[in-house]
Design a protein around this ligand. Sequence first.
Ligand SMILES: [Zn+2]
Length: 959
Amino acid sequence: MRIVRKKIRIFANGKFNHLNHSKMKLRKLFVAALLFVVGTTSAQQMPEVPVDKDVRIGKLDNGLTYYLRHNNTPEKKANFYIAQRVGSIQEDDSQQGLAHFLEHMAFNGSEHFPSGKMLEYLQTIGVQFGRSLNAYTSIDRTVYYIADVSTERQSALDSCLLVLRDWSSGITADPEEIEKERDVIHNEYRMRTAPTMRMIERALPQLFQGSKYGYRMPIGKMEIIDNFKPEELVSYYKKWYRPDNQAVVIVGDIDVDYTENLIKKMFSDIKVAPDAAKVVDEVVPDNEQAIFVAEKDKEQQYPVLMLSMKRDPIPAELKKTMAYLVTDYLSNLTCDMLNSRFSELQQQPDCPFIQAQAQDGNFMQMARTKDAVLLICVAKEGKEIETMQAVMREVKRVHDFGFTATEFARAKAEYLSRLEKLYTNRDKMKNGQYADDYIENFLENDPIPSMEDLYQTMNMLAQQLPLEVVNQYAQQIVSADDKNLVAFQMEQEKDGKTYITPEDMKKATEGVRAETLTAWVDNVKEEPLMAEMPATGKIVKESENKALGYKELTLSNGAKVILKKTDFKDDEVIMQAEAKGGMSLFGIEDKMNLQLIEPAQMYSGLGNFSKSELDKALAGKQASVHISVKEDRQYISGRSVPKDLETLFQLFYLSQTNIKKDEKSMASFVNQMQMILKNKSLNHQLVYNDSLESTKNSGNPLYKLPDVEEIEKFDYDRTLQMLKQLYINGGQFIYTIIGNFDEQAIRPLIEQYIASLPAGKAVQAKDVRTFFKGNKVNSFEKQMETPQAQTTQIWMNDNMPYTMENKVLLDAATRILTRIYLRTIREEESAAYNVGCGGEINTNGSKPVFFITAQAPTNPDKQKIAEDLMVKYITEAATKIADDDLNPIKEIMLKQAEDANRENSHWMDVLTEWTAEGVDLQTNYAETVNALTPQKVQKFISDVLAAGNHASIVMMPTK
Ligand SMILES: [Zn+2]
């Protein structure tokens, strides 16, 4: 059960979440510009954004709000949510942490589902805890959900509504269950406590001067978690969980009328006392003087600066109007253009920061009553003050001169291109995307227009808003004075070091304020991505695979192309190319080059374009590629929207033939790496994973993180040569293309950009894997600020055939083990907050290798218990598996397969496994799952264990 800070809106989550970011106090000048655009006479008369008519919104007499929408993506599924307008900010001082604690109790006993029964019941209808059933608590909201419920049986849907009803007012909060949960919360706290978390927690009261926000991190205080009386929790629950603070959101293949009636029947009797406490917004005051805060922590790997420029959010009454859409758009463009400048600067060798990022949203991503442009920067060591000055200088430059016409044109094109992508896929929006929007509408008043209206409106606005308006807006949100400036520096605590002080930060700020700057110059290359076309090749042969539904083309250079046209997403084409060779073509002397070969492609240019010229040239296009090099083969993967398919082909072609050296860009990446590696020992997870990989691969240096000095051995020229050797012979590759493409239009592209590549000679790949054998124990200690143990157990068998049945058995075995481990290690012993078991079939060599891996971050005092139980229960499962453990996971596997069948990425896996390994993972999948028996799974686990290869990797905090 997660704790989130105020959500950072991201593109993938829903239609607004990308259109994103800003709200603001409308100042005079801006209002004038806005009125000019929309042609009304006052902000109050701003046209309202029409609400999507396909969502039914209602409110019961007791104040409960509901949103219902029929939707058919994914098919025959529905999602259920209950959003509470309350979180940790409503806690009293003596209740810190209880909002989140209560969220945990919601799964541990309620009116209709006594302890343990809710998870048990939901599993029988294919709902898996963690994945489709979960909740999160933040400062001002608590949201519970059940996702992807099959709509085949109405009774299952009714039961989900009953669960929501229990969450709304029927949580039992049994004292015995509370007692058990205290440890779970401790484990969660341990798991989440990173150095930045510790510093933010300490700094919060200063950052939020004069506001309760400074004292309400959702995880709360551990002394309260350990000692609070059950009545305290119940009192928070009764006071704040009430229908007038709640919204039920249901989206999916539902009967809306029926569901509405049921909600009325089930929720209307919940009463709200007339004197019930009001949810009052917690104010974050303005600060007249800048606030400078510096913090340090022994485990901080690199210096981080968070610089906020606060402002009041757009007033609630304007949120439903066009004003919101306009500010949202302007804010998006401002951050986008500022970020482009940062990334260009980053590529200069003398730039003091290795990363700087601007985003707009709630102040510190927490407070809904204050917005801010936030700059998050990672400085080079010793360059903290220069970094602060460098980013402030860019803010000032924007303030003084604005953005240029070419920057604006690119940012606008990029915005419209993303909008277009969403619009193209409007008929296939997923249940979760709609639900997220409705939850924002309930909690934050965000508008919820139809995709059609949004598209028309935003296009119209983008056409009409000139650069001057964007610049005026930018000038207002990136302030040039100290009012509402909040700067927070985090750095490593180390003997003999001089630390940055608030005084240093103040001086740095004054220094920049006094500078005279010149305007930004935007260098752009105005030429096509590919100026000359290669001589085309031909499609020479064609066949069809009816069972898996694809066409196979053979090209004149020998390349194979697998084409599968789908209608799962209207805005997506994905493409992958694969050939034999990989790391096995090179020796250990190329270790550093192999370890950086993927970044070497990513940070280089293509054709005539340097990296930053390429980024600019691709603005407004939705197409991207990346490479990966495995032990015995190499891949290129990419994706695009249908209209940018030719660009995708060009990116593939250039990546295979013409990577352009870009010393500056690559040097900036190497810089970042050095920084991470220099203090790698401070990052426990990095150290642990490194040690784990080393054990798994018998100390093979290719799988060890390099030391910072080793980076010197990276030879950029040599790496570019290696890339060419791996990729230029397109005739050796199999290309798989899946998605919404036009079958006739794609053929000339294939002949132009794939058939034109050199044929090359067949390559023999070697098996270079060096997995461990026998019993291995790797146990070590590490100094830590927040003690947290790590435990991993790996079982390996390299003598089993790769078949669909074995893949299914591996999957079933690890799911069953996860259930057993959660029940015992998490629930009974409270030894870990989370524990899981995963499977892998490694096929990157001469024979398949099977792995079962159990893993948990554990309470140090109970590490040994967790480790012993991992071994005990897998050994037991080799001879005894209960039907009760197998049946629900069969249900879940079938359900997930059904969903996966409508995902392009699933088909990419299926088709590439089929063409590369000759294993059909699709046909008869359901039959194979249905035919699973405890005996079969037992036998499989017993076979894996029989190989006698077991590694145990344990990290303990130094006492
Ligand atoms: Zn939690």
